[in-house]
Design a protein around this ligand. Structure first.
Ligand code: CTP
Length: 426
């Protein structure tokens, strides 16, 4: 018999730098319901990740879940007592399913077994978790994980359709090899997908009617089959903009130069290599966009005559004639001068000196609505850093200096500024 309540060990996980790790999860109360699936062990890491971002996690486990992972583990990781029974021996005067149902911002059920999904669909209240779901009026996120035949069974599919009709959000399981050895859909979704869905619950939906086109990463300009000109951009800022725009409800197309990053969940990504390829894709996707953000570090020049075969050494010096690449953003700015109905244009200015002066010049010359002036110098703000410190300059003369923030938080501040610009233009 599983213990009714398990008290946490003293395991403190305080953020070392709150300013850098702020997110919409900060101080949010997440109730995590774990059910009987072999994937239960995976959500132990989810608890740590939620706490790292400032979330307060309380865990509820079904009896079957306790067979897969110990409540003691979840108590230690969450820093809170774990609830497993309908009645509390420690505080008999409280009714756990009602107090827990009231006191959270989001209920996440992960992994959600076929049995629990059936319970939810039929409104059963025969264990603590199902009863909390029934008594809860807040958002509920369900992450199924089970054998793929069970997942694809019409009964499970009908139950999933039913809980979606109640307004529960369901994250599709991933395909792949399962613990039982079979292949197919049924693996618990990856944390990144769950995180994106959780953040979407809390993010303002001010981009719900927007189609955002974002460019990110470096471009590569080939000199011969094994060499190219490029820059150290990793794409982190552009990808953070894409992920956060999606969290805020936008349809997002991301045109990306070569990076090591995975496409953010729910984002359409088009991969390109050179500036001219990027230009072609931006032109193609442009008409559908209502906001364009050019975060890519585009190479300004490319080799004039790329060589078909590897250039052999042998000469003491080598000159490499270059030709200018198109300035994609400037072209878009020119096009908008001729049309009233035009997307919002946002550029970046990567500067090592005279930041504001250069930013203001690019804002005007490229005919932008907003420019994000970026210091490429310091270790905390340059290429590849996880943090950034930017100043926003807008076409109405507004100037906003941001503190050092994570790139994700910086992206959210940029979307806040876009929201204000939209209001000004109405
Ligand atoms: N940009 C672009 N096409 C280029 C060069 C830049 O679309 N060929 C865009 C960038 O994506 C960015 C903005 O223009 O949004 C400014 O880029 P930046 O590299 O800061 O400045 P440049 O215009 O290239 O000018 P400079 O290199 O002289 O600073």
């Amino acid at each position: 018999m599983a213990p009714k309540q398990t008290t946490p060990l003293a395991l403190e996980c305080k953020n070392s730098d709150d300013a850098k790790s702020m997110s919409f999860l900060t101080d949010k109360k997440i109730l995590l319901g774990i059910t009987g699936s072999i994937a239960a062990y995976k959500v132990a890491d989810w608890v740590r990740a939620l706490r790292r971002e400032g979330g307060q996690v309380t865990v509820v486990m079904t009896e079957a879940a306790c067979r897969f992972i110990s409540p003691l583990t979840m108590a230690a990781l969450s820093g809170n007592p774990v609830h497993t029974g309908m009645f509390s021996a420690e505080a008999p005067e409280t009714i756990p399913h009602i107090s827990l149902a009231r006191d959270h911002d989001l209920l996440v059920i992960a992994p959600a077994s076929a049995q629990t999904i059936a319970r939810l669909a039929h409104g059963l209240a025969d264990n603590l978790l199902a009863t909390i779901a029934l008594a809860s009026s807040g958002p509920i996120l369900v992450c199924p994980a089970m054998n793929s035949v069970m997942f694809q069974h019409p009964a499970t599919q009908a139950n999933l359709a039913t809980i979606k009709s109640y307004g529960y959000r369901v994250l599709e399981p991933a395909c792949g090899e399962m613990a039982c050895g079979e292949e197919g859909p049924g693996r618990l979704t990856e944390w990144e997908n769950a995180r994106q869905a959780i953040l979407t619950t809390f993010a303002p939906q001010n981009l719900a009617d927007e189609h955002v086109l974002i460019t990110a990463g470096p471009t590569r300009e080939s000199f011969d089959p094994v060499r190219f000109l490029s820059n150290p951009s990793t794409g982190k800022m552009g990808y953070a903009l894409a992920a956060t725009a999606r969290q805020r409800g936008a349809t997002v197309t991301l045109i990306s130069g070569p990076t090591a990053l995975a496409a953010p969940p729910g984002v359409r990504r088009i991969q390109v290599t050179s500036a001219t390829e990027m230009q072609a894709q931006v032109t193609e996707c442009f008409d559908a966009a209502t906001i364009v953000v050019k975060a890519a570090a585009v190479s300004d020049y490319r080799p004039a005559e790329p060589q078909l075969h590897k250039v052999k050494k042998g000469q003491a010096t080598l000159s490499l004639p270059l030709v200018a690449n198109p300035d994609i953003l400037k072209e878009l700015g020119e096009r908008r001068r001729k049309s009233a109905n035009y997307p919002l244009l946002i550029g970046f200015a990567a500067e090592s000196r005279n930041h504001l002066k250069e930013g203001a010049r690019k804002l005007k010359e490229k005919n932008l609505d907003l420019i994000v002036v970026n210091d490429i110098g310091g270790t905390e703000t340059g290429f590849g850093a996880n943090t950034n410190r930017v100043t926003l300059l807008d076409r109405n003369g507004g100037q906003e200096e941001m503190p050092l923030l994570s790139k994700e938080e910086t992206a959210h501040r940029i979307w806040d500024a876009v929201g204000r610009l939209r209001m000004d233009n109405r």
